[in-house]
Design a protein around this ligand. Structure first.
Ligand code: 5GP
Ligand code: MN
Length: 337
């Protein structure tokens, strides 16, 4: 950890770009927005750039209106911002596959690159705040601010953003990744005056008509393979009504399979559009490591119990490919506790 070196940021006004991953989740957005408010307080010039659109369920977060979302329209602005910046922060991801729209702008920028992330096996950057033992990147952002002796700069808005990161990446403080530090930080954030039920209610308001219709299609198609303690389902391009579909509408589908007794592995295949690739999400309970599984077979990654990947095959071929692999994991799945 190089917290001392990072104090060079504060020597004078800097241009900073904050970069969460594709389809940023509550932790990526919460961490990025917290840093946006924080660096603004320190009088730096800061931009938060999202490589893709993000879920409607986060649009209530403070600071969201300032996020620059990648599109044909914003592309040249984003290219310039990244090229001109002194520092680029990579937040809640650690490889280029998760920022593909802006990967090249990033690679050609002379900015110093700073990683703040909790995924295992990071690529190497100029400054590394990487710890795969923590439940959320928001914890590392809290540590980062703390090491700069700036905890007094955390106000209600910053605390709200960090708390959202904690809540969403810990499944509302339930996952095994939760430690006493998670609750210690949550306690510090609560002291900043955040409104826990307001935050909780907003995060729970996650269903709209379209989302429920997609969920019902996925549940009808749910398959359980008892022998391999596995459940899987899918959404096809023809299920998706592009007029009403919004990024994030399939979130949560994968958890239903995992809630079945004795099931330890849940898989969700998502064919968003007719074109490839198909996106695949993996969740597990216990010691079945879906990060390894996804790295090995789906060019993806993530955490031990939550990972994702992609496949350059159509939906039915993707499912076939998966069904061929799964028997080789019989022992791991049987032994998972
Ligand atoms: P989700 O299934 O929600 O898209 O992703 C679950 C977790 O898996 C994410 O938090 C992220 O850590 C990881 N993940 C998802 N998709 C990818 C991918 O394409 N590549 C890598 N390396 N990780 C992914
Ligand atoms: Mn995270």
């Amino acid at each position: 950890m190089l917290y001392s070196n990072i104090n060079e940021i504060n020597k004078n006004k800097k241009k900073i770009v904050l970069l969460p991953h594709n389809n940023p989740d509550g932790d990526a957005l919460g961490s990025s927005l917290a840093l946006l408010f924080y660096f603004r307080k320190l009088k730096h010039s800061v931009d938060l750039i999202s490589p893709t659109e993000y879920s409607e369920s986060f649009k209530w977060l403070p600071g969201c209106k300032d996020i620059i979302v990648f599109s044909e329209h914003t592309k040249s602005l984003i290219k310039k911002k990244i090229a001109d910046s002194d520092y680029v922060f990579l937040i809640d991801f650690n490889n280029y596959s998760r920022i593909n729209n802006i990967r090249d702008f990033f690679l050609y920028s002379k900015a110093k690159k700073i990683l703040i992330d909790h995924h295992p096996f990071p690529l190497h950057f100029d400054f590394m705040f990487s710890d795969s033992t923590v439940a959320a990147t928001s914890i590392l952002v809290f540590r980062f601010i703390s090491k700069m002796n700036n905890l007094d700069k955390i106000d209600k808005e910053i605390a709200t953003c960090l708390y959202v990161g904690l809540m969403t990446d810990t499944g509302l403080f339930r996952f095994p990744s939760v430690t006493s530090e998670t609750h210690f930080i949550a306690g510090k954030l609560i002291k900043k005056g955040i409104d826990i039920s307001y935050i909780y209610n907003h995060l729970q308001e996650k269903y709209n008509e379209n989302k429920l219709k997609l969920l019902s299609k996925a549940l009808k198609r749910l398959k359980v393979i008892k022998k391999y303690r596995t459940a899987y389902t899918s959404i096809k391009a023809s299920d998706v009504d592009l007029h009403s579909y919004k990024q994030g509408d399939t979130e949560g589908i994968i958890t239903y399979g995992l809630n079945i007794k004795n099931i330890v592995f849940s898989v969700f295949f998502f064919e968003e559009k007719e074109e490839l690739p198909v996106k695949i999400s993996f969740r597990s309970k216990g010691n079945f490591d879906v990060n390894m599984f996804s790295r090995k077979h789906f060019r993806g990654g993530g955490h031990k119990n939550a990972a994702g990947g992609t496949l350059e095959k159509n939906l039915s071929e993707s499912i076939k490919y998966f069904l061929n692999i799964i028997p080789t994991y019989y022992n791991n799945l049987m032994l998972s506790i």
